[in-house]
Design a binder for this molecule. Structure first.
Ligand SMILES: O=C([S-])c1cc(C(=O)S)c[n+]([C@@H]2O[C@H](COP(=O)(O)O)[C@@H](O)[C@H]2O)c1
Ligand code: NI
Length: 378
């Protein structure tokens, strides 16, 4: 299972994506053959190793003469199929929306040029070659300021980009220039299966695709991480919600239900919520593979209608179970090792309580005796 993560923190364009694909190991003929199959006039890809903001990057030049720079969507549509067609459909829909017309009436300017068509077809062929099952795209940096186009001066993000990135995490930056083009936005939003930071994956290759300009202050390059999907099982998560309207007598049952569902710990913290309401934060620690069951238990057992989650880094000491005898009753003791040294020795409370009941002795006495015996392991 191949996973791709696109780092669009310096923006995205068709040629940046082409460069990143080549840099990540996609053979140039894969891209060139796909382009040759659709472009009405010859278009040649040329690869150059360049630097962007001090980073080594792959620049793909799309070269050829374009006798019909401005094309209508109805002229481009018959050339395309599959994912490339979907990318251009998104471009046509976005153009139609921002210019107040219909996709059929859309007349592309720069994005209808042969190099834009080649970008779209080449990038789609490259992604198909990698055969990724997931394509996660980072929040997209769109730049800021203005840009000169065939439409005249446009604000950044240009209207087509803003339209294409509706519902997608994006932000101004990293420089006062257009960093995400309509072609880049249409490609990212068609290919993405998810948006966010790099998912858990074993990265095998990284492609750094150069943009045309090399501005001061940031590396104008898009990074493509290609690797094997790894499961997130074992990643500890903290699940939390604030609740102000649950009968407090129910909380012990809630905590028990979360532990039953696989939480490694669950607890309540009293808080003062909005409107001065006394309430509780319910917290649960859980490994990612058990999280669906614990989430379900929270929603089933409490009145919350949402919860928040964060991945955690846990430092767990090695544990070992030993046994001590209190008046002939076995009490388990948990030893914790740090760097090979026992740093903690705790009798298991349930065993202590059972032994105390069996012996007819106060729990505190049995606990003190078991603790004294346990301390001999330190
Ligand atoms: O070609 C068209 S119709 C076009 C529309 C828009 C709008 O935002 S509307 C913007 N542009 C500009 O063209 C260049 C090239 O874009 P590519 O996607 O082909 O790289 C870019 O500066 C766009 O902002 C073109
Ligand atoms: Ni336009």
């Amino acid at each position: 299972m191949t996973a791709i993560w696109v780092d669009a923190s310096a923006g995205a364009s068709g040629d940046m994506l082409l460069g990143a694909l080549v840099g990540a190991g996609v053979p140039l003929p894969v891209l060139q053959d796909a382009i040759d199959a659709v472009t009405p006039e010859p278009v040649t890809l040329r690869v150059e190793e360049v630097r962007r903001g001090g980073l080594a990057a792959t620049r793909v030049h799309v070269e050829g003469t374009d006798s019909a720079h401005h094309r209508a969507w109805r002229d481009i549509r018959p050339l395309l199929a599959g994912t490339a067609l979907r990318v251009f459909e998104r471009l046509a829909d976005a153009e139609a929306a921002v210019h107040g017309t219909t996709p059929d009436e859309v007349h592309f300017h720069e994005v209808g040029a042969l190099d834009a068509i080649a970008d779209v077809v080449g990038v789609c062929a490259g992604f198909a070659h990698l055969g990724a099952t997931t394509v996660t795209v980072s929040p997209v940096a769109v730049g800021s300021g203005t840009v000169q186009t065939a439409h005249g001066t446009l604000p950044v993000p240009p209207p087509a980009v803003a339209e294409l990135l509706r519902g997608v995490p994006s932000y101004a930056g990293p420089a006062a220039m257009e960093t995400c083009t309509p072609t880049g936005a249409a490609l990212l939003t068609t290919l993405a299966t998810a948006y966010g930071p790099q998912p858990a994956m074993a990265v095998a290759s990284i492609g750094v695709g150069a943009g045309g300009r090399d501005p001061e202050g940031h590396a104008n390059a898009l990074r493509l991480f290609v690797g094997g999907e790894t499961t997130s099982a074992g990643v500890p998560l903290l699940l939390e919600c604030n609740v102000d309207d649950l009968d407090p007598r129910v909380w012990p049952a809630v905590i028990a239900a979360l532990l039953d569902a696989g939480a490694s710990d669950a607890w309540l913290t009293p808080i003062l919520m909005k409107k001065g309401r006394p309430a509780h934060t319910l917290s649960a620690l859980v490994d990612a593979d058990r999280a669906p069951a614990v989430r379900a238990a929270i929603f089933r057992q409490t009145s919350t209608i949402g919860l928040r989650e964060q991945p955690l880094t846990k430092h767990a000491l090695d544990r070992e179970m030993v046994e001590v005898q209190v008046d002939g009753r076995a009490v388990a003791v948990k030893l914790a090792h740090h760097d090979g040294v026992v740093v903690n020795a705790q009798p298991e409370y349930d065993d202590v309580a059972r032994a105390a009941a069996d012996l007819g002795r106060p729990v505190a006495d049995v606990l003190a005796e078991a603790t004294a015996l346990a301390r001999k392991f330190l």
